[in-house]
Design a protein around this ligand. Structure first.
Ligand code: 26Q
Length: 796
């Protein structure tokens, strides 16, 4: 249906109908919640038309389908996304206006769907958006966690976690599919019967599907996100109940549900946890069965599978999907092991997101064998087959008493990809060096991207409007059109409009921070933002040490001509990651002292905003002047926040790490503040046993800042609080904070200098916008479709 064909009064009626018949309220008594639900249902109705049409077309065309298996989908809010993708902003505003409701207030009532930890989960969500925008027939598979990523608050500056409960109120976007259920097993034995090998699991559980429509730009296409929830096979034991044991009667169900209860809140692998492995098998096995069932409904020849199905493993978390598919084809359907392996290999692909050794998944083979005895045997056979083909090597998925999910994924996959040029290059040279030598064509690069619908059009309406006024609306699904802004950057009137947008966004953020946290930010100052998971390799401590040194220097000369800055941090630390949590506390303690210092507060403010999530990122990124991307070179696989900032007109201070390298190439080195060692220099530097002390001795500013950690400046009531951080940086400093400090300081002073020339700064920022079009996840997905999946768009 043409999108403007329905009049706004029609939409108003639809809204009122849902308020009345779905929510059972009359407008007089409706709460924000009721309005949000009514609006969500009215919007959802519009999505469903497109969704049904897309599903029908996918079946009719019978092309190759893409399945994206991911333990995480960090979606954020869906209502605003839906309204923007359906291009219904004005209609919705008008309708709500009619009832005296404000759209912003309603949208802000929605909780985030936080089914992910960070970059990997958010990437999966951007990919879903792009797959639908492009019209690629695809489906996302994951877990319907009842509790998403924990909520973070601060008590005396310390991180405190509490459960996140997004499903406590009704979730209007999902469709429960009680008819789509699979029974899965764990444990038990492997038996041999009539020449066949069969697995007889001891414990059974059901996976039930919940579907969410994912609508693309202007509703031209919609795919499905299918999330699995754990259910008991035999939910309620009436015998026990009648015998009076009420708790035991419901126990099955409670146990079954724990499998989809919580998201593991780690962004790197801590020692193998049984429940985590169960979750991985649970959703991978359910997804594989669903994929095979759908294939079978349209085809009889299983050998056609690689022509019709491409499966993408989002990191190794769903790697067990490979052995499970093999088990079904070989054990259950009777294909030879070799044929089964060839089919599986033809379908599977694997994306690696990290080179950090501690984040590569490995399972103790005893634990693995206890839960998945048959899969352990299958993994051995995969190793055997690989060894037969490449006898001169002994690389294997199972060795040293462990099951190595990275090796397993590599061996099973048809294509293996990294997420930025540098990362892919390092994969070939480090973790997968030997496997890459055996399979030199297997590794490809697909540099990450972000969806411009959410990360520009919807989160930054001011900039979106300016761009559309200048070059039309085509950029929203063809982001490289932003290049056409470049000629305007010399135009004084245009650049003034560009500056006004940024300054309005800063005002908006400042009023939000004033309202929610009671802190008044200086909007004349540069907004310098570092937002991401807390991790030593991301080096939030480098940033705060520089802030401390800067503060000390301002105090030495309070009448100096300083460039005012507001340093904004946000990010969660894994519960068990004590060092990261101490960095949060340090930043909060520094903020407390510095913000209260009358001598410096006009020049330097520091704030750590609690509970970083997608929605907070949507507020912060449009308001940023400076983006901090300062990881130790070689450690950040790609980064995607870096792209969002550049696209919203922030300049980057950053190392040559991950996608920073490609961002700098594209926006131009003169529009990027580079500092720090390169990846190979980092490796060299670590060979010097006293690298940190050398750096400290050479830089009195660094020495003084570290001293302030030691002498209790920021924790007078507990002077020893930060000694261990200073000690760590002085005596070990694996992430080379000290070694990069001086160059970081230099880059920051160049940033100060540049900010003092507002016209020049605005030009540089606008060039960042104009040249960031390549970082659209639409471009990334086209790359996967062409290089990895061999899939085609079904849009005319
Ligand atoms: C593994 C085992 C057990 C428990 C948890 C995990 C686990 C969970 C999440 C391991 C890793 C993750 C997340 C990794 C991640 O977010 N990586 C980021 O991926 C982004 C998208 O490619 C990149 O841009 C980032 O550079 C990378 O850090």
């Amino acid at each position: 249906m043409p999108r403007k064909a329905r009049t706004s009064s029609e939409f108003r009626d639809a809204l009122l109908k849902h308020l009345t018949y779905t929510m059972g309220k009359d407008p007089e008594h409706a709460q924000f919640f009721d309005w949000r639900m009514a609006l969500s249902h009215a919007i959802r109705d519009r999505m469903v038309d497109h969704w049904v049409a897309s599903t029908r077309k996918t079946y009719e065309q019978d092309g190759k389908r893409v399945y994206y298996l991911s333990m995480e989908f960090l979606i954020g809010r869906l209502l605003e996304d839906g309204i923007f993708n359906l291009d219904m902003v004005e209609e919705v505003k008008e309708a709500l206006d009619h009832f005296g409701m404000d759209m912003r207030t309603i949208l802000n009532d929605e909780p985030d769907a936080a089914l992910g930890n960070g970059g990997l989960g958010r990437l999966a969500a951007c990919f879903l958006d792009s797959l639908s925008t492009i019209g690629c027939p695809a489906m996302g598979y994951g877990i319907r966690y009842e509790n998403g990523l924990f909520k973070q608050s601060f008590v005396d500056g310390r991180q405190v976690e509490s459960p996140e409960t997004w499903l406590q109120e009704p979730h209007p976007w999902e469709f429960e599919r009680p008819e789509v259920r699979f029974t899965l097993g764990f444990g038990g034995d492997v038996i041999y019967e009539n020449g066949k090998t069969l697995w007889r699991p001891a414990e059974l559980i059901q996976a039930e599907a919940f579907d969410t429509p994912i609508i693309g730009w202007q509703g031209k296409w919609a795919n499905t996100l299918r999330l699995w929830a754990g259910r008991a096979v035999d939910p309620f034991d009436l015998g026990l109940f009648n015998a009076g044991d009420f708790a035991a009667a419901a126990e099955h169900e409670a146990l079954a549900r724990t499998i989809s209860r919580v998201l593991y809140p780690e962004d790197s692998n801590e020692a193998g946890k049984e429940l985590r492995l169960k979750q991985e098998f649970f959703f991978s096995a359910a997804s594989i069965r669903d994929i095979l069932r759908r294939f079978d409904s349209q085809h009889d020849d299983i050998r056609m599978l690689p022509k019709k199905v491409a499966i993408q493993l989002n990191d190794t978390h769903p790697a067990i999907a490979g052995p499970e598919m093999l088990r079904i084809l070989h054990d259950e359907r009777g294909l030879s092991f070799e044929d089964a392996l060839e089919i599986v290999h033809g379908c599977m692909n694997y994306t690696n997101h990290t080179l950090l050794p501690e984040a590569l998944e490995r399972w103790d083979e005893r634990l693995f064998g206890r839960l998945l005895p048959r899969h352990l045997q299958i993994i051995d056979r995969i190793d055997d087959a690989h060894y037969k083909a490449h006898p001169h090597r002994t690389l294997s998925a199972r060795s040293d008493g462990q099951v190595k999910m990275g090796e397993l994924s590599f061996i099973v996959a048809n294509r293996v990809n990294g997420v930025s040029a540098l990362h892919t290059d390092l994969m070939k040279k480090t973790v997968f060096r030997e496997l890459h030598e055996l399979h030199p064509d297997r590794i490809v690069n697909e540099t990450n991207g972000v969806t411009p619908r959410r990360w520009l059009h919807s989160c930054n309406p001011g900039l979106s409007r300016l761009i559309t006024d200048t070059i039309g609306e085509g950029w929203v699904d063809d982001l490289e059109q932003l290049e056409r802004l470049e000629p305007l950057i010399g135009d004084k009137a245009w650049i003034e409009r560009f500056e006004t947008v940024k300054s309005d966004n800063k005002q908006a953020l400042a009023s939000y921070v004033a309202q929610t946290h009671g802190v008044k930010l200086n909007t004349e100052a540069m907004f310098d933002v570092q937002i991401k998971r807390m991790h030593e390799y991301k080096r939030q401590h480098l940033n705060i040490l520089e802030a401390i040194a800067h503060w000390q220097e301002i105090k030495d000369n309070p009448n100096g001509d300083w460039t005012p800055r507001v340093k904004i941090f946000a990010g969660k630390a894994a519960q068990g990651y004590h060092f990261a949590k101490d960095i949060i506390r340090l930043i909060n303690d520094v903020a407390k002292l510095v913000n209260a210092d009358a001598a410096t507060r006009d020049y330097l403010q520091v704030i750590f905003l609690p509970n970083y999530n997608v929605t907070l990122a949507e507020r912060l990124i449009p308001a940023a002047d400076l983006s901090e991307q300062i990881s130790t070179a070689g450690k950040e696989a790609s980064g995607t926040g870096n792209m969002k900032f550049a696209l919203n007109g922030a300049l980057t201070v950053g190392t040559l790490d991950g996608a920073n390298v490609e961002i700098r190439e594209r926006v131009g080195p003169e529009n990027f503040f580079l500092f720090g060692m390169l990846a190979d220099e980092v490796m060299q530097r670590r060979m010097i046993h006293d690298h940190a002390q050398q750096a400290i001795n050479a830089d009195p500013r660094l020495a003084r800042a570290l001293n302030a950690l030691r002498d209790g400046t920021f924790s007078p009531e507990d002077p020893g609080r930060y000694t261990h951080i200073a000690d760590n940086l002085t005596w070990s400093d694996y992430f080379l904070v000290c070694s990069d400090f001086s160059d970081y300081w230099r880059a920051q002073r160049e940033v100060d200098e540049a900010y003092r020339n507002p016209e020049k700064w605005a030009e540089m920022a606008a060039l960042n916008v104009a040249r960031s079009g390549w970082f659209s996840s639409d471009r990334t997905i086209r790359g996967y479709m062409c290089d990895i999946w061999g899939a085609e768009s079904l849009l005319a």
